[in-house]
Design a protein around this ligand. Sequence first.
Ligand SMILES: Cc1cc2ncn([C@H]3O[C@H](COP(=O)(O)O)[C@@H](O)[C@H]3O)c2cc1C
Ligand SMILES: O=C(O)c1cccnc1
Length: 348
Amino acid sequence: MKQFKIDNTDKRIISQIQDKLNNKTKPIGSLGKLENIVSRVCLIQQTLSPELNNPDILVFAADHGITQENVSKYPSEVTHQMVLNFLQEGAAINVFCRQHDIALKVIDAGINADVYNTPKLIHQKIGKGTRNFAKEPAMTVDECNLAIEMGSTITKQILQKGCNIVGFGEMGIGNTSSAAVLMHKFTNLPLNECVGKGTGLNTEQMQHKLQVLQKAVNHYPDIKDPLETLATFGGFEIAQMCGAMLQAAENKMCLLIDGFIATAALLSACQFYPAILDYCLFCHQSEEHGHKAMLDYLKAEPILNLDLRLGEGTGCALAYPIIQSSVNFMNEMASFQSAGVSTEKTDN
Ligand SMILES: Cc1cc2ncn([C@H]3O[C@H](COP(=O)(O)O)[C@@H](O)[C@H]3O)c2cc1C
Ligand SMILES: O=C(O)c1cccnc1
């Protein structure tokens, strides 16, 4: 597998960060989680005056062979159709990116269609959808390695354009199935705590999804190696996202983590380089069953909890203005000294 150099953030400036926060004209701690958010950004950037430059969201799209087992409410074709919708700027993620001035890149990591004449699409197709992991591994280890490598390339491109904060989204019918199994394998939580309704299965359909995935897991009793696990149960978009995340952490960018599937990609990345977690801001807690447990496992505190269950990177775009507010107050708010505001009571 491609090697990355990911160090934990250097915590020595924590007391300086805390002093600066405490000297702002507000009761100590009163900006709550905004203080935690900006502290993390300061640690990532190793500065007391952080900057958010050229924010970008990368949406990785791919199809999944496991959809042959009837595990999603929607047909596979929707992946391709939604990608065209992204390119025409009509999807939820387009609206929120436009609102907050966030650039958006859409990547064909493995859609099951020939997508031509789409200059705005980034072509990084590994194959026309993965294989059905109920029957055979979704990817070969070579394909998985290639996906990680290709994911890292796209991060390098946005880095060159001055981006230091990047969100990760996905589109791939069937990918909550992959994400659920990856969660189960990497956290050891029971499969039924990892499987959810995805695009909106009813109870009976979800029971079927659980049975399909349990059988699939049982099909590969000996898999322990993380790369083999990702190759067997993952998706081209999940593996590319994993590579893109690893590259972003190596380059000390702020990583915006979206919902259930993006967090599963991060969970995979963590198996290789646990220090990646220092670079993450967890944007929201998805309504997808399993996401809360996944966040708890990672000891992650989500910024928003809006009952979203969409993906596409929508949680990242929605949390961005809050992260911006955190950085802005650190840079622009007066201190007690500069504003001449007292910090102590006088006796009279
Ligand atoms: C129209 C539409 C737009 C979407 N945008 C994101 N997803 C989300 O739903 C899919 C995962 O759910 P499952 O595993 O149940 O298929 C992914 O494509 C995800 O990004 C969408 C799904 C649909 C139908
Ligand atoms: O949380 C997510 O990312 C999610 C949940 C359901 C369907 N698609 C995505």
